[in-house]
Write a protein that binds this ligand. Structure first.
Ligand SMILES: Cc1cc2nc3c(=O)[nH]c(=O)nc-3n(C[C@H](O)[C@H](O)[C@H](O)COP(=O)(O)O)c2cc1C
Length: 400
């Protein structure tokens, strides 16, 4: 089988060097990558690097090898075009259909999915001109990854940083795997919770659970690759932010509830993959609880936490909002799952059995997705992303 053909467009931002890592990942995972830098990009990383790493000649403009008509052929032959970093200038040119170099010509001739990974200073990103250009590109079906928040060029920090190349690679892989030019969650806002809540006893101790957040992050990543605007509510995961996703950090169940209700207000779907503590200590000791030599410890009194899934399901923020819950069970998995689905009132419940090599902390999972309509979808053992894709398939069906 031919290798999938990827065009890696690189425009003139300081983060151009990070595209070398993206290029390496793409080539090592079996993609045939043609790099098309802009003239500005070559100020940051030279043509020799792109050519040596990709194994292809590199040109910035349409006047080289004219007999091969590269301004048309490169785009026509591509299975995916990814522009990383995408400058404010490149987003503007793409949105307006300008074609004054090889990359902009390629963007006009490509009929495959296109991913932009913007990187720029916060002021440039937030400027209405850039935001309108991004909206135009998304409306046309391009996947525009949200920039990350962090250190920018010079002493500045803020939103505008190029997401980690590993994350951009994951988006590319998912977009290529789906092979669609029209992302099916385009224009949708989805909220995903991930990780496990921590309920503090004192400033150093908490009651927690084993959830790693990997399933929730897979859900966030795959939804972004399918064109959704994603809000990820991350509870104590320690995982890097997925590319193109707005991440809100929370610690406790009460904080998660607040964050879910706020984000769900305009959401098309809410997927609650986080493991939420059912109970929290009734009292929080402001100082560290000390061991007393001659005394047994005081019992810990617990109170109920809010049932966020039941609340979101019962009180939908907008008509047609799809609510998905997760249930990790150890016994009578399906029977307990069905009972929980009815009790919570959600549309879908992903039921998985807690076991070795699956659920907590692992890269793999297997599950049955129960529908309130009586449906049962079995997802065999495999990467958490495969389960995530099935969940979005089922959500997309219900949204349609
Ligand atoms: C040191 C330096 C860093 C730059 N970094 C960025 C950047 O991160 N993002 C951006 O949009 N523009 C950045 N620019 C400005 C672009 O290089 C400039 O807009 C250029 O015209 C972009 O051309 P291109 O889109 O054809 O690559 C930077 C310029 C310089 C000199």
């Amino acid at each position: 089988m031919d290798k999938p053909k990827v065009v890696l467009g690189v425009s003139g931002g300081i983060a151009a060097y990070k595209a070398c890592e993206l290029l390496r990942r793409l080539t090592e995972s079996g993609h045939d990558v043609r790099v098309v830098p802009t003239a500005s990009a070559l100020h940051f990383v030279g043509a020799a690097t792109w050519s040596a790493l990709s194994g292809h000649p590199v040109s910035t403009e349409v006047w080289d090898d004219v007999h091969e008509v590269p301004h048309v052929r490169i785009g026509q032959g591509a299975d995916l075009v990814v522009v990383a970093p995408a400058t404010a200038d490149m987003l503007a040119k793409a949105a307006h259909g300008l074609a004054d170099d090889l990359l902009t010509n390629t963007l006009l001739t490509a009929r495959c999915p296109v991913v932009f990974a913007p990187a720029m200073h916060t002021e440039m990103w937030e400027h209405p001109a850039t935001q309108e250009n991004v909206a135009t590109l998304r409306r046309r079906g391009a996947v525009v990854i949200e920039p990350a928040v962090g250190r920018l060029t010079g002493v500045d920090t803020g939103k505008g940083r190029l997401p980690d190349p590993v994350e951009i690679f994951e988006v590319c892989r998912r977009v290529l795997a789906r092979g669609v030019t029209e992302p099916d969650l385009k224009g949708r806002h989805v909220v995903v919770s991930a990780g496990g809540t921590r309920e503090p006893l004192d400033p150093v101790r908490f009651l927690g659970n084993r959830s790693s957040g990997k399933q929730g992050y897979a859900l966030a990543r795959t939804a972004a690759a399918r064109g959704a605007r994603v809000t990820l509510l991350a509870a104590n995961t320690g995982l890097p932010d997925p590319a193109g996703v707005d991440v809100v950090q929370v610690e406790t169940a009460v904080q998660l509830r607040e964050a879910v209700l706020k984000a769900a207000a305009d959401a098309d779907a809410v997927v609650m993959a986080a493991a939420v503590a059912d109970f929290r200590p009734a009292e929080y000791a402001t100082g560290k609880i000390k061991k007393k030599d001659d005394k047994d410890p005081e019992p810990v009194v617990l109170v109920r936490n809010p049932d966020i899934l039941a609340e979101v399901s019962a009180d939908r923020a907008r008509p047609g909002q799809v609510v998905v819950g997760f249930a990790a069970e150890t016994d009578d998995v399906l029977a307990n799952g069905r009972t929980k689905l009815v009790r919570k009132g959600c549309d879908l419940l992903v039921v998985n059995e807690v076991g070795e090599r699956k659920t907590f902390g692992s890269e793999e999972n297997e599950a049955v997705v129960l529908g309130a309509d009586g449906s049962e979808t079995t997802v065999p053992y495999g990467p958490k992303e495969a389960l995530a894709e099935t969940v979005w398939d089922l959500v997309a069906q219900r949204l349609a």
